[in-house]
Design a protein around this ligand. Structure first.
Ligand code: HEM
Length: 423
């Protein structure tokens, strides 16, 4: 058993948060190279933090050793979300998980499918109408409308005013969330006007949610969530607030943007064609997209009891960050880790998929997984069936990683309808 390499330094002066938030991937790659290990320690948000960049380390963290850790998000997000499954521990987490799983199991997907198909058609049937479109913005707009529609039954054609209000409020709420890491480094930042505005937005969002719950029709998701078995109304409202959070559409837009980029251009025409006729191949393309460009940099835990992760000791009281992007490039598991190779999933794909941590893992794995897969598959199939596409060269395609991974440029993309290719 080894101690983690690296330095945690002294309080405040030794803090590396600024360097980390500027470019998290550069931050970790530099240290993994310098210490010649994929597990190291540093000081982030003023807390000694062990960074885990191996598949085995993440498996230990979310699997057999998970009882030694608690979730590490309360300090950033609890004020702006209130109690929900993400902050719960032990039996409370298991209870909420059970209620939520019943809402998002495969058998519940019919609740979402009609709205999903209508919105795909609305947002993507005219992608070739103008010159180029910003893929990221297009997907984010679609995913935002989808989340208001499936979770709150708010659509712009019927309730334009509420829709606009919701759009503004989740943006203000979001600005409060991203201001929090700064507040942890600079005490008193938390009382800044941005954070206070976000708290007000939270109150207004909860009011809209309450109103939508009162107007719920039988058959709506709103009705199902009310009947799902939460202990009280406030639990229902807080989870709806979590689902409509701006982070979710950003995560969808991230994956769809990376998919668009990975299969863009003339040289990818064959792969696009294969993905359009072979559902399994499309699955493998999407797994490879999630492996190389997971939307979230990773996850955070706090160590309740010292333990060992992939042979490295993690001490009680330290924070642990699992780095999805690095674990997905662990050369012990993925050969040629930097290369986009959908065919790597042909053999043992199901087993290998269990090692990905794009949606977390173990008992705390993302509850929306079936819904997410459904949405990604439907959107990508629609794009593949209807368009060829390429991205313009004169934009910055280097990836940034926060708040979600995506190219720095907007990914301006030229979609050409398959029916018009020879025009
Ligand atoms: C592309 C979109 C999404 C991505 C990339 C994503 C990713 C994740 C990840 C990585 C975790 C685990 C965090 C950790 O280990 O610390 C997680 C947890 C969770 N996700 Fe998602 N998620 C997405 C969409 C959704 C949706 C649509 C829902 C619900 C409708 C949802 C509900 C949850 C919940 C409730 C948890 C907490 C589970 C627990 O702590 O027990 N997510 N998600």
């Amino acid at each position: 058993m080894a101690e983690p390499k690296g330095y945690v330094g002294y309080m405040i002066v030794g803090d590396k948060s600024v360097e980390f938030y500027r470019d998290p991937v550069m931050f970790v790659n530099k240290r993994m190279e310098e210490y010649d290990t994929r597990i190291f320690q540093s000081r982030i948000l003023n807390k000694p933090t062990v960074f885990i960049g191996t598949i085995q380390g993440v498996q230990d963290l979310v699997g057999d050793c998970s009882h030694n850790f608690e979730m590490g998000y309360k300090v950033f997000m609890h004020g702006l979300y209130g109690d929900n499954a993400v902050f719960a521990e032990g039996e409370e987490a298991a209870r909420l998980g059970q209620v939520l799983h019943s809402l998002f199991e495969p058998a519940s997907m019919h609740l979402f499918n009609t709205k999903l198909k209508n919105l795909i058609s609305k947002h993507f049937s005219n992608l070739d109408a103008g010159t180029e479109v910003s893929a990221y913005e297009q997907f984010k707009h679609f995913a935002t409308e989808l989340s208001f529609s499936i979770f709150l039954d708010v659509v712009p054609s019927h309730s334009a005013e509420v829709y606009d209000q919701l759009s503004q409020l989740i943006t203000t709420h979001w600005h409060g969330i991203i201001s929090v890491p700064l507040s942890l480094k600079l005490p008193y930042w938390g009382s800044s006007s941005g954070y206070n505005r976000a708290l007000e937005a939270k109150g207004e969002l909860l009011e809209i949610i309450r109103d939508r719950l009162e107007k719920a029709n039988k058959g709506d998701f709103l009705h199902h969530i009310s009947e799902a078995g939460f202990q009280n109304q406030s639990e229902v409202e807080n989870h709806l607030l979590l689902f409509i959070s701006a982070l979710v559409p950003k995560a969808f837009a991230s994956i769809l943007t990376s998919f668009t980029l990975a299969l863009s251009g003339h040289d990818k025409a064959k792969q696009r064609h294969q993905a359009s006729i072979d559902c399994k191949y499309l699955d493998h393309v999407l797994l490879e997209v999630q492996r190389l460009w997971p939307p979230f940099f990773g996850g955070r835990r706090l160590t309740r009891k010292s333990c060992v992760l992939d042979g490295v000791k993690v001490h009680k009281g330290t924070a642990v960050v699992y780095m999805t992007n690095s674990a997905h490039r662990d050369p012990k598991v993925f050969t040629d880790p930097e290369e986009f190779k959908p065919e790597r999933w042909d053999e043992n794909g199901d087993e290998l998929e269990k090692l990905l941590c794009c949606f977390g893992g173990g008992k705390r794995k993302c509850i929306g997984i079936h819904l997410i897969k459904n949405i990604l598959k439907e959107v990508c199939t629609y794009l593949l069936n209807n368009y060829e596409w390429s991205v313009s060269d004169d934009q910055d395609l280097t990836y940034k990683w926060l708040p979600v991974s995506r190219p720095i440029g907007q990914l301006m993309t030229q979609f050409v309808s398959k029916g018009n290719q020879n025009d």
